[in-house]
Design a protein around this ligand. Structure first.
Ligand code: SF4
Ligand code: SF4
Ligand code: FES
Length: 363
């Protein structure tokens, strides 16, 4: 266990663990420091300068996301330091001069929210002339899921660092020079022609909505009715996901899937292509949503679960009585949880005395 000691942030004592950054200790103590390039899962980059704080003994402001704690350290955030607040007012205004603004002069809202908008609302922004940012997009990118809106990018490199450090894929990178710097791929190819696995993690980590899901681009956060936490059923890992529900034409629908925040669930904020993007089946008209039994008329009829389970149990018992347990086979799926696969083994071996049980996960 790491050594702990006390630092002072805005005059309050804060418990810090040796080796951690000032930002983490402050966040644990409920102290708000604005950030753009910080993601707990990634190595600190100190790129966006949103989180600068005053540290006693340091001539310059220092990035709290990349500045280690030290015993007795005294730190001031925008709450108690006019210098930090002035820095933030100017910095956020500079970001806004190179960002798409709405009619009220604030960074536009996106389907993924916009951290720059939230931060601008905390500051006294200056009215600066807009700069022309010729950052290139990838208009020919035919991938069905991810779109890049360069006019919303703050070049924090969370997406590229996520792709490198978490996915180990390196499909995207910071490319170009100066004001033409953008998020590109090798030869500016579409993502389908790169090593990209379409995990969507770059969307999830992007703080401003510059990278968003194509299908969900029209649905703003305030249109969401609720989020429903559930377990992904595409494999047995048990990733947790949040189904984002909104009303579309008066009917509640799942309009996108997001991962719970990092550090909360087994998947630590990550999802794969299927978990994040393959949710259209939920509202497909051909989807079977209730049990059915083929009755004497040869047609399938919707029935209750009780009736369906009784029907299945009676049929299986008949097979056992007529042909013995060896005539029976039980096949389970890698998409089931470990508990469900265990229960399938129990049903086969304990209830029907058959050793013919298999899961596709075993092959
Ligand atoms: S979808 Fe995943 S693999 Fe593709 S660029 Fe984004 S982070 Fe990298
Ligand atoms: S696309 Fe998003 S995550 Fe990537 S650099 Fe731009 S703002 Fe940061
Ligand atoms: S969050 Fe610290 S520099 Fe970006």
């Amino acid at each position: 266990m790491a050594e702990t000691f006390t630092i002072t942030v805005d005059g309050k004592p804060v418990v810090a663990h040796a080796g951690e950054m000032v930002l983490r200790a402050a966040q644990r103590a409920g102290i708000h420091i604005p950030t753009l390039c910080d993601d707990k899962r990634l190595d600190p980059a100190g790129a966006c300068r949103a989180c600068l704080v005053e540290v006693d003994g340091q001539r310059r402001l220092q990035p709290s996301c990349a500045w280690k704690v030290a015993p007795g350290q005294n730190v001031k955030t925008q709450e108690t330091s006019k210098r930090v607040q002035r820095h933030q007012d100017v910095l956020v205004s500079l970001y806004m001069a190179d960002h798409k603004l709405d009619d009220e002069g604030l960074p536009v809202e996106t389907c993924n929210g916009n951290g720059l908008r939230e931060w601008a609302q905390e500051c006294q922004t200056l009215s600066l002339d807009a700069v022309e940012a010729p950052r290139a997009a990838r208009p020919g990118d035919k991938n069905p899921y991810i779109t890049f809106q360069p006019e919303l990018c703050v070049l924090c490199a969370r997406c590229t660092r996520y792709c490198d450090e978490i996915e180990a894929v390196n499909a995207i990178t910071l490319t170009g020079r100066g004001s033409e710097t953008t998020i590109g791929t090798a030869g500016m190819r579409g993502l389908l022609d790169t090593s990209c696995e379409l995990c969507g993690g770059c969307i999830d980590t992007c703080p401003t909505g510059a990278l968003v899901e194509k299908k969900a681009i029209e649905i703003l956060p305030q249109q969401l009715e609720r989020k429903v936490r559930t377990t992904c059923n595409y494999c047995g890992v048990g990733c947790q996901m949040d189904l984002n529900v909104a009303k579309v034409d008066g009917v509640e629908k799942v309009v996108r899937v997001t991962s719970p925040p990092p550090g909360e669930t087994v998947n630590d904020g990550n999802l794969c292509i299927k978990g994040r993007f393959a949710y259209d089946f939920i509202h497909h008209k051909d989807r079977i949503t209730e049990p059915m039994i083929r009755k004497a008329d040869g047609k399938l009829h919707a029935v209750s679960w009780d009736e369906a389970l009784k029907f299945a149990a009676e049929g299986m018992n008949r097979v056992k009585q007529r042909h013995g347990p060896k005539a029976m086979g039980f096949i389970s799926s890698a998409r089931c949880t470990g508990e469900e696969n265990f229960l399938m083994g129990k049903v086969a071996r304990a209830a029907f005395k058959s050793g013919n049980v298999h899961s596709c996960a075993a092959t």
